[in-house]
Unconditional design. Structure first.
Length: 396
């Protein structure tokens, strides 16, 4: 788990780094969950867009242009349905947000360009319905919690719409279409420039919304003392990761970690030293985890580490590495009290061997943590053979 804190750099360079930073695991997971909502809205919008060529097909079935428009829109609908089915089946690769954003914008552009293909260029450039769908596509990027996608949506919509306008004005004399002018008005570049600026403003506004939402969501998920995830976020992630493990038939390990003799440490050195010790341990464990792992403060001096796609043997090896690393740390005490070492005990449970739901796994991990303490602390107990510590090193 990485990048859980907010940036403290308020410079221009810091702002751009923050703008282009890849979403952390909190936001990436939220974006993947929101992709299903976007997929449903996309299908609904495409169905509405299908009404126009369908009505034209009923009124003028012999027109070749009408059949082209209907065929293009049906193809778009089938594509949106395919994406919706893929998202429902949890096929959500890391590039899905990028592809989905491009697809949404291009779908609107395709709908507008279809009017030009069917001899209705003024509808393409003065549409009162289809053009507004651009704003829905841009707004949908907010659900993905990635500022880069908001900017991409703005750039694509502006570029594609300008291309449509240039093609329409090049292929047709828009001032010589009296029937279309009566229904959709005259063409003028001032209105088109205004539309482009509205797209830019919508993209900028969605970017600001995502930046703010990103900070608020991160703050609500982070333990302020240690900088790792809090109990509330952990409860959500356990259910999400367990659901994924069940669907993909992959293992999931949960480790309960407890700082040994922490009450005695607090009594001897003070609560400020205890806070410093918890922060130091959290930082060290976090550095030893993968981006897909989830480290959270469970309460007091207890932490929980989720290890997706990790079986009992590998989990035991990983927790033993963490235990040894923490044991070797020297923690700086406040007010010049020197340095001291702390140790960890841990218990591990793995899906599906040790349980099939979150409560069973957490209870088993907690029971094995209790067993590790009973065996003398500073050790890891899991489903695989227990690894005893090379040395016992108590704080203080």
């Amino acid at each position: 788990m990485h990048d859980t804190g907010t940036s403290g750099d308020d410079s221009v360079t810091g702002f751009w780094r923050r703008l282009w930073r890849r979403p952390d695991s909190v936001l990436a997971d939220a974006g993947r969950q929101s992709e299903l909502v976007v997929a449903r809205v996309r299908v609904a919008v495409t169905l509405l867009l299908l009404l126009v060529p369908l009505a034209n097909l009923v009124v003028q079935p012999a027109f070749f242009e009408t059949r082209i428009s209907f065929g293009v829109t049906v193809a778009a609908l089938l594509s949106t349905l395919a994406v919706w089915v893929a998202v429902r089946r949890d096929r959500r690769p890391h590039w899905l947000g990028l592809a989905s954003t491009g697809f949404d914008i291009s779908l609107v552009s395709l709908a507008l360009f279809t009017y030009t293909l069917t001899g209705q260029p003024l509808v393409s450039v003065n549409s009162r319905v289809a053009f507004e769908v651009y704003f829905l596509a841009i707004a949908a990027t907010c659900l993905r919690y990635d500022v880069r996608l908001c900017i991409l949506a703005g750039v694509l919509s502006v570029a594609q719409y300008l291309a449509i306008v240039l093609i329409a004005t090049t292929a047709y004399d828009l001032s010589a279409l009296p029937e279309q002018i009566r229904a959709y008005g005259h063409f003028d570049w001032g209105s088109q420039v205004s539309r482009v600026f509205l797209l830019i403003i919508a993209s900028a506004l969605s970017s600001v919304i995502v930046l703010r939402a990103r900070d608020l969501r991160r703050l609500s998920a982070i333990d302020r003392l240690t900088g790792v995830f809090n109990r509330g976020h952990l409860d959500e992630r356990i259910l999400g990761e367990l659901g994924r493990a069940q669907r993909m038939q992959r293992p999931l390990s949960i480790a309960m970690l407890d700082v040994d003799h922490f009450k005695e440490f607090n009594d001897r050195y003070g609560h400020a030293a205890g806070d410093a010790g918890l922060r130091a341990i959290a930082d060290r464990v976090r550095l030893m985890t993968r981006r897909s792992d989830v480290l959270a403060r469970y309460g007091g001096e207890e932490f929980v580490l989720l290890l997706p796609d990790t079986g009992p043997d590998i989990a035991l090896e990983k927790l033993e590495e963490i235990r040894v690393e923490v044991e070797s740390m020297l923690i700086e005490l406040p007010r010049g009290q020197g340095t001291v070492a702390l140790t960890l005990s841990a218990g591990i449970a793995t899906y599906p061997d040790d349980g099939t739901n979150a409560d069973e796994l957490v209870d088993e991990a907690d029971a094995r943590l209790f067993r590790a303490k009973g065996l003398g602390r500073n050790r890891v107990v899991g489903g695989a053979p227990t690894m005893p510590p090379a040395t016992l090193h108590r704080a203080g």
